[in-house]
Design a protein around this ligand. Structure first.
Ligand SMILES: *[C@@H]1O[C@H](CO)[C@@H](O)[C@H](O)[C@H]1NC(C)=O
Ligand SMILES: *[C@@H]1O[C@H](CO)[C@@H](O)[C@H](O)[C@H]1NC(C)=O
Length: 249
């Protein structure tokens, strides 16, 4: 990555915080789409506070609420990672969104290291395989949330490159991070970066990017890509989302 790109992306991120909801109502208008398997990788390391871990769960639930869920639409899986990777929810585990939501709520905070490489490896070699409920024809999307640097940036970045090379689209979400972490989280993500890298100052602020992340995932599916960034008017985020997230916890 060149310094020029690095200098540009704070502006891109500011723009992302204000991405409008692309004409969304309750669920994203992802109709006529291909089926997609989306896996969320949650940071479960010791650096995260209990409340903030809950906020991550609320964030996933809020995104799930926006997606058409089911065997011909979105399937949702969850892993959490610290020193180890924990399989929390298989892609085909729940038929009903309500049951999926309840299961997300029960995910436990493990409080150990930050093995992001292992999370990427596990996602590619296990979660996105048919043995784990993935559908071979479905688009593969991975949303990785982290508040810190992984244990080995070199290994993490190259593992992410392997995952992308087999067709896994990676969205990375950095929470309260500095330049070193930002470099890593940026290197992990798919291109265009403006559509795949999200940054917020604190876990509370995850609520402000629910619509942006769901829209980005959905738009990539529809093949609209980054053009959607410019074709819509800039609107403020939905103030209701934080309340909606709290309601789950
Ligand atoms: C954290 O992970 C390390 C390395 O895997 C292990 O040795 C240690 O016991 C773990 N600590 C806790 C509290 O689980
Ligand atoms: C980090 O990962 C790289 C590439 O896998 C490896 O060569 C290196 O030894 C690792 N560093 C540490 C400190 O484990």
């Amino acid at each position: 990555m060149t310094p020029l790109v690095l200098a540009e992306w704070p502006f891109i991120l500011i723009a992302l915080l204000f991405i409008p909801s692309f004409g969304l109502t309750a669920s994203i208008a992802c109709s006529n789409k291909e089926a997609a398997d989306i896996v969320f990788a949650l940071d479960s390391s010791f650096s995260i506070r209990k409340d903030d871990f809950k906020r991550q769960l609320g964030f996933i639930q809020a995104i799930v609420d926006q997606l058409e869920y089911g065997p011909n639409d979105y399937q949702v899986g969850v892993i959490s990672f610290e020193s180890d990777v924990i399989l929390e929810i298989r892609l085909d585990q729940y038929k009903k969104k309500w049951d999926l939501r309840k299961a997300i709520n029960k995910i436990k905070h493990m409080k150990n290291g930050t093995n992001t490489r292992e999370a990427l490896h596990f996602a590619r070699t296990q979660m996105f395989t048919e043995a784990y409920g993935a559908r071979s024809q479905a688009k593969k999307q991975l949303v990785i949330i982290t508040d810190g640097l992984s244990e080995n940036t070199t290994a993490t970045v190259s593992e992410a490159a392997v995952a992308r090379s087999v067709g896994i689209e990676i969205f990375s979400i950095a929470v309260g991070t500095g330049p070193a972490e930002d470099f890593e989280i940026h290197s992990i993500a798919s291109k265009p970066k403006a559509y795949h890298v999200f940054k917020v100052g604190e876990f509370k602020a995850l609520a402000s990017i629910v619509d942006s992340v769901s829209s980005a995932a959905c738009d990539q599916l529809l093949g609209d890509g980054p053009s959607a960034l410019t074709k819509e008017t800039v609107l403020p985020g939905k103030p209701d989302t934080e309340k909606a997230m709290r309601a789950y916890n």
